[in-house]
Write a protein that binds this ligand. Structure first.
Ligand SMILES: [Fe+2]
Ligand SMILES: [Fe+2]
Length: 161
């Protein structure tokens, strides 16, 4: 096995984190569905699927490396939001948290001299740049829209990010 026990444990924790992100994005999508904001709901449902894909990537890497995968229980996502801005903000906060987690994993892979893990994580480093940019633009648009969330839907309908 080319990865160390510390890396295996940290990657297993990250799998649970990615599933937790999946649940949080699903809860946000549900919130917008109930509000009849279909494009926002669709956007966050798609983000949720991406989070599941992230968990799968870590899972495949561990299995390919001959390590055991252990999915842990995760806490419930935030299901209730005071308004759209709070929901969009929670997605942004989740991405900031995830970016810090990924960077900490890179630091660990480097200190453990774990080259395969370090290489594997580069995709995630890049992915988080994209995730933060997308979350930030949703936040900016929602702030601009104020109470008129139909304008956010119109913006999305016209291909806005
Ligand atoms: Fe993720
Ligand atoms: Fe993400």
């Amino acid at each position: 096995m080319f990865i160390t026990e510390k890396v295996v444990q940290a990657f297993n924790r990250q799998i649970t984190q990615e599933y937790s992100n999946y649940l949080q994005y699903t809860a946000i999508a549900n919130y917008f569905s109930v509000e009849n904001l279909r494009l926002l709901a669709g956007f966050y449902a798609k983000q949720a699927e991406e989070e599941r894909d992230h968990a799968s990537r870590f899972t495949k890497f561990l299995i390919d490396s001959g390590a055991a995968v252990e999915i842990q229980a995760t806490s419930a996502p935030q299901n209730k939001f005071a308004n759209a801005l709070e929901a969009v903000q929670s997605a942004y906060d989740a991405e900031v948290r995830t970016t810090n987690q990924i960077h900490a994993l890179v630091d660990l892979a480097l200190s453990e001299k774990c080259h395969s893990a370090q290489q594997f994580l580069q995709w995630f480093v890049q992915e988080q740049v994209e995730e933060i940019a997308t979350a930030e633009s949703k936040l900016a648009i929602t702030k601009k829209a104020g109470n008129n969330l139909l304008s956010v839907e119109a913006y999305l309908a016209h291909g806005g990010g």
